[in-house]
Write a new protein. Structure first.
Length: 281
């Protein structure tokens, strides 16, 4: 009995090592993507400034004097070009290993993504070859439920923020469009404002209606709350688990219930991913 407990402990430690490797790879992928975004943004800053100045001068030619704006943009442009040159020198050749690191390289995140897939496969093979008791596996599953709850809530919060962002564009853009269009004699700049805000409102409404961010957020939050309710109920022996003297049976019921909730969430996700059907004329 003692030997089986030691073997089970070693197997669990092995699985935890795989989890640690997977978490580290995911962290490195996030860092690589963030650093690559900073690098690309640095390269794009100077051309973006030139493009904005060019469009501004063309749109206001003969009506608004942008001399001060152009003069103020010259030192900013020089500073951005100098920053791009420094980044170019540092990111060239052997500077990656000594100064910036491999995470700044193009394709580094993709390489780590492949390593992540391999690490997940190693964990799956290791778990399949591990002879843990079924009850132990269910206990491990129960303790992994809080992580799933947090993941559902994080995804729901992300979709909620995206939905609120697009809704803010729709509300503010609609008011700005109606205000600019209601002017008696609309000058040319206000006409462009009307066109731009109308386009932004239509774009935001289209994205909101197609991707259904609000529905995704609602279902994710609903699933997280339902799983948390089951988790608290099985730990406190309340609700459907009240009076259950057999912990193994309660744990089995809990596992089945959580898996049902997860499957329902996956089905709802698949339904939301389906394109909206248009009625036939």
């Amino acid at each position: 009995m003692e030997q089986s407990s030691v073997a089970a402990g070693r197997a669990i430690e092995s699985l935890l090592d795989h989890d640690r490797a997977i978490l580290n790879l995911r962290r490195k992928i996030r860092q690589a993507r963030a650093k690559r975004f900073i690098l690309v943004s640095t390269y794009a800053s100077a051309p973006t400034l030139l493009l904005l100045l060019f469009i501004g001068n063309i749109a206001t030619w003969g009506r608004v004097d942008l001399t001060r704006v152009n003069l103020a943009g010259i030192p900013i442009l020089v500073a951005l070009l100098f920053l791009c040159g420094v980044v170019r020198i540092l990111s060239n050749g052997d500077f990656f290993d000594g100064v910036l690191g491999d995470e700044w390289k193009a394709g580094h995140a993709a390489e780590k993504k492949i390593d992540l897939e391999l690490a997940i496969e190693r964990k799956r093979l290791s778990a399949a070859s591990t002879n843990l008791p079924t009850e132990t596996r269910r206990h491990v599953y129960r303790e992994s439920v809080p992580g799933a709850i947090e993941q559902y809530r994080a995804d729901g919060l992300r979709y909620r923020r995206i939905h609120n962002f697009f809704q803010s564009i729709i509300i503010i853009g609609s008011l700005a469009t109606s205000t600019a269009a209601s002017l008696a004699e609309t000058p040319a700049p206000y006409k462009w404002i009307t066109v731009g805000t109308s386009f932004a409102v239509g774009l935001a409404a289209g994205f909101t209606g197609y991707f259904k961010f609000r529905e995704r957020s609602f279902y994710l939050q609903q699933t997280a709350d339902a799983i948390e309710e089951e988790y608290d109920a099985v730990n406190l022996k309340v609700g459907r688990y009240r009076g259950s003297a057999d912990d193994a049976a309660a744990l089995l019921d809990f596992t089945e219930r959580v898996e049902t909730l997860k499957n329902d969430q996956r089905k709802r996700q698949q339904q939301l991913d389906q394109p909206t059907e248009t009625p036939e004329s």
